[in-house]
Write a protein that binds this ligand. Structure first.
Ligand code: ATP
Length: 429
């Protein structure tokens, strides 16, 4: 069976790598892909927002399954588009339809859903330009810090944690009045700031049954010690030591099960991954966000821990047999470190030659993100460039291996965090 993966990050490279281990997968195409995905798979240079172009490609190359790595295509309705066509509906799309993708596409929709189905989350209210004055009043009476979120997709940049009233008003004005994030900030969610430790939980679900994937913790800030600006993610670790059985039981009962109930009641016809961003507040799980696809860099840490054939898992998703599906998980720890361009997440230069990949030990996985081939040379082509993942019996060993691999890969001004996972050291389930 031929498969098409949508996206160009290390997440999509990891999905392609994992799917290529399946005896059921013939050709794997990645649209648009990167230099890493072109090595063992085929890149398809198509505009992923142009569904007609994707449909033509799928027909020409006999694609039977589409795995959507990134959220925009889902929010834009890629699944609905394929399902609604007589000629395309036989293609299995891993990723929810537009209605389900709203769980990520609109923070107001998400918070409403959480509240309606009594899923623990921070207290909140949503405001628009018309209710600007009410938002100011709300902020006057709020405790600080307070969190302001642009309603729509803002590539991880639409969340401001304001330390005081002035900062909050500034953010509010920027979002609602100056449309800092365009249409995405025509509504703003203002919510209570929760103090705790974050963890990402992933399921694959058909809206009724689900398979629980390994959990992960990601590191969003650019600087060591979790300082500086937010990035797409600088590294990840899986499993997460503080996630014990008691915590997971609470997550299942208070979060996952009511989420599936809500999906059914709202008729979201969900088929795909659901990434549940949680914060543990004194051991109690609260939902920070849903994402309707896998995370990046979490995917690079969790897929190497899955021993099962994920193609079979995708088939079970579409056959509605996930309830009987047993996922086999490697108990070892996976540590992922992301190498990024100097200056990222602000201005950075591209086109720098990448060297040293040959010095990475063969048991360390290398997933490309912003890379491309230029005159047969591998060069940087984005902010986040390469993720390395090491597996080992202990977290310390996995981290040491991943850091050593990161050190071996180089280009002018490359940067990476040397403290991924350090905050988890000594923590036990
Ligand atoms: P991303 O795209 O990076 O996943 P996002 O833009 O969808 O993020 P959120 O995940 O809702 O936005 O928030 C981003 C980050 O802000 C969270 O990972 C968390 O660290 C912090 N955050 C969000 N809401 C809260 C909250 N209520 N209390 C404390 N921290 C929060």
């Amino acid at each position: 069976m031929n498969v098409l993966i949508i996206g160009s990050g290390a997440r999509e490279h990891a999905i392609a790598w994992k799917l290529s281990q399946s005896e059921y997968c013939d050709k794997i195409f990645v649209a648009p892909g990167n230099a890493g995905t072109s090595e063992f798979h085929t890149n398809a240079s198509i505009d992923i927002h142009d569904f007609n172009e994707l449909a033509k490609f799928a027909t020409d190359f006999n694609i039977m399954m589409i795995v959507v790595g990134q959220e925009n295509a889902l929010v834009e309705g890629i699944h609905d588009f394929f399902q609604e066509s007589e000629y395309l509906k036989h293609i299995l799309v891993v990723g929810p339809k537009k209605a389900g993708a709203m769980l990520e596409g609109s923070k107001d929709f998400c918070k409403n859903f959480l509240q309606k189905y009594s899923i623990p989350t921070a207290r909140y209210q949503t405001f628009t330009e018309d209710t600007y004055r009410n938002a100011v009043e709300y902020l006057k009476n709020h405790t600080y810090p307070v969190v302001l979120k642009a309603d729509g997709l803002a590539a991880g940049k639409g969340v401001i944690i304001a330390q005081d009233f002035e900062e909050a008003i500034d953010a509010l004005e920027n979002m609602l009045r100056h449309r800092r994030f365009g249409k995405a900030s025509s509504k703003v969610v203002i919510e209570e700031y929760l103090v705790g430790i974050e963890v990402s939980v992933f399921i694959l679900t058909d809206g009724k049954d689900y398979v629980l994937l390994p959990e992960a913790k990601d590191y969003k800030r650019i600087g060591e010690g979790d300082t500086g600006l937010n990035t797409g993610g600088m590294g990840a670790v899986s499993p997460v030591p503080f996630v014990n059985e008691a915590f997971m039981q609470k997550v299942k009962e208070r979060v996952i099960e009511p989420t599936l109930r809500g999906m059914q009641e709202e008729k979201l016809e969900y088929t795909g991954f659901l990434f549940i961003g949680l914060i543990s507040v004194n051991g109690e799980p609260y939902v920070i966000e849903y994402n309707v696809r896998l995370g990046d860099p979490e995917t690079e840490a969790i897929l190497p821990r899955i021993k099962s054939d994920i193609f079979e898992m995708f088939r079970a998703l579409h056959d509605h047999t996930l309830g009987e599906y047993k996922l086999e998980i490697d108990p070892r720890t996976a540590a992922t470190v992301f190498l990024v361009s100097g200056g990222y997440p602000e201005g950075f230069e591209k086109g720098k030659e990448i060297t040293g990949l040959e010095n990475v030990p063969s048991d360390v996985l290398v997933f490309h993100a912003g890379t491309k081939l230029l005159n047969d040379k591998l060069v940087s082509n984005g902010g986040r460039v390469i993720a390395v993942t090491a597996l080992a019996d202990t977290m310390d060993e996995a981290l040491a291996k991943a850091n050593a691999a990161a050190e071996a890969i180089n280009w002018q001004d490359r940067n990476y965090r040397r403290d991924i996972g350090f905050d988890l050291k000594g923590m036990h389930a």
